[in-house]
Every structure is written in C-alpha cells, then in structure tokens.
Design a binder for this molecule. Structure first.
Ligand code: CP
Length: 305
C-alpha cells in the first residue's frame, strides 16, 4: 500500500506513467467509468479549497466510485481535539483512500503513518502540494508537448507558495530546464529548495525582482498569488500583494507560444483581460487537475484497466 505525501516519492518513470494514463483518460474516458466501482474516497479538508477537494470528488465519481467528505475542521471531531492520527485510523474504517489538506506541515504524513489505506497529501501548510504538481506537469505536457528543454518563470510568492516548491522539485528531473525565480526579496524561494534541489542537481536558475525584463525568455510563466493566510502581519501582506500583476501590455514582449499557468485561486495577479489570450492555460489547468487525480487514484488503488 502506497501513499503520496511528497512528489519526490514518485520516480520519473512513475510520473511519466501517470501522465500517460491521464492522456489515455482524456482520449478514452468511457474505458474508466467503472474502474473504481465499490470504492470510496474520503476527502478530509481542514483548510479551504475549491479545486483540489472538488476535483478529487469529481475524479472519484468519474471513476464510478463514491465519496465521503469532511469539508472543514469545525464540522469534524478535530474541533473537539481529536488528533490527526486518531482521525486517520477512524476514516480508514470507512474509506479505501483518503485525500487530506491540513494547515499544519506534516499532518498528511502523520495521517499516512496511522491510516490503513493510502493517504494523498492535498496540501500541507506552506510545504507541499503534490497533486497540484501532477496537474501542472500534465498541463505543461499537453500544452507544450514536452517536459524538457524549457525556461520556466515562477512569479509571486515563492516563499509560501507550496505549489512552487513541488513544481521545482518535479521539473528539475527533466533535461534542459532553467528556472527564473521572480519575487520580492521577502518572498524568495526558501534556501532549502535552492540547496537541496537546484544546487544539488546543478539546475540553472536566476533570482530577480524585475518581472518585465525576463518575460521574453520564458516558455512557461507560472504565476502565484501572495498567500495572505501565511503572513504574520497584514501590513506586510498589503505592501506585497500587488507587486506583480500580469497585464496585456506586459505580454507584448512574450513568446507567441508562451503558456501561462496559475494554480488558482487568482486574486489580483493576472488581469482578467489575459483570460482570452490563447497563451492563458489556467482554466485548462483546472480540467487537467481532475484528470491527474483520476490517474493517481487508479495508481494508489492499484486498479488495472
Ligand atoms: N490550486 C488549489 O489548490 O486550489 P484550491 O485551494 O481551491 O484547492
């Protein structure tokens, strides 16, 4: 039995296989409609979510399975002080697989250590979000036709943005990848990401605060929102929140085949005028998120088609 807490637990071959199955789901969806008949997914979300929770639930329904759900901490016995470990043991009695989001880093790992069914980390604090990364990889693969040889710009809150850390980790496995890390000084990528992933693997990267000067170089632009909920004071958030806003004039110098991604939710960092630009992929990315999660559920439940 396997869980997924960190994208690094998957080999590159496994990631490529998950993407291949996802592509087959896109092309031959009917083949998978009974794949999880009789199986139950429990979604345990102790932090707000729209896309991750609902895409997991839609994924399980599209595989013919069922869903039980805890949609906020206040509505579960966590509010009475029940531990993550006891909650995981309990949910294991009801479900075949668990997707958990929690504000505390490491909580899904604790759940996986105590559950008797696979646990998927659906986002833990500012740490990791591996299924968003699978979503991002599938989006890049489908929209660019490859996962290698490209320059990826990551822009915004690179300190607290857990999707950024997981994406750097995953894309660093592929050849010819260069990162341009665009953020205010206060929201730079954590030093452990630079040390343990970028420097350790000799991945070229540039850190800059100047968004506009690097736009012409990019094959992928991954925008992120400033993560208000992780700030210690509102004043800092207000000072930094609108530092980078992607507007049509900034795209004038961009490559025609640039792909713009965003894990969403968007706050202010991409103008709605960009939504109709053919380079905008963030709503396609939402669709790919459901497909990527279908592929992962099949893998962890060891369902063969
Ligand atoms: N991308 C993402 O995790 O969105 P939600 O917070 O809505 O789940």
């Amino acid at each position: 039995m396997r869980s997924l807490i960190d994208i690094q637990e998957l080999t590159t071959d496994e990631i490529n296989e998950l993407i291949a199955v996802a592509c087959d789901i896109i092309d031959n969806g009917a083949k998978y409609s009974e794949a999880c008949r009789g199986k139950k997914l429990a979604t345990m979300f102790f932090e707000p979510s729209t896309r991750t929770r609902l895409s997991f639930e839609a994924a399980m329904y599209e595989l013919g399975g069922n869903v039980i759900s805890v949609s906020n901490a206040e509505s579960s016995s966590a509010a009475k002080g029940e531990s993550v470990a006891d909650t995981a043991k309990t949910i294991s009695c009801y479900a075949d697989i668990i997707a958990m989001r929690h504000p505390k880093e490491g909580a899904p790992l604790v759940a996986a250590m105590n559950a008797s069914v696979p646990v998927i980390n659906a986002g833990d604090g500012g740490h990791n979000h591996p299924t968003q990364t699978l979503t991002d990889l599938l989006t890049i693969y489908r929209e660019k036709g490859r996962l290698d040889n490209m320059t990826i710009g990551l822009c915004g809150d690179l300190k607290f943005g857990r999707t950024v850390h997981s994406l750097i980790s995953a894309m660093s496995r592929y050849t010819g990848i260069k990162f341009i890390l665009i953020s205010p000084e206060e929201l730079k990528v954590p030093s452990y990401v630079k040390r343990d992933i970028l420097k350790k693997n000799d991945i070229p990267y540039v850190q800059t605060t100047d968004f506009e000067s690097v736009i012409p170089e990019l094959d992928i632009l991954y925008m992120t929102r400033v993560q208000r909920e992780r700030f210690f004071n509102e004043e800092d958030y207000l000072r930094l929140k609108d530092r980078y806003i992607l507007t049509p004039d900034k795209l004038a110098s961009a490559k025609p085949d640039l792909k713009i991604l965003h894990p969403l939710p968007r706050v202010n960092e991409i103008s709605v005028a960009i939504d109709s630009d053919p380079r905008a992929c963030y709503f396609k990315q939402v669709y790919y998120g459901k497909i990527a999660r279908m592929s992962l559920i099949l893998k962890l439940l060891e369902v063969k088609i």
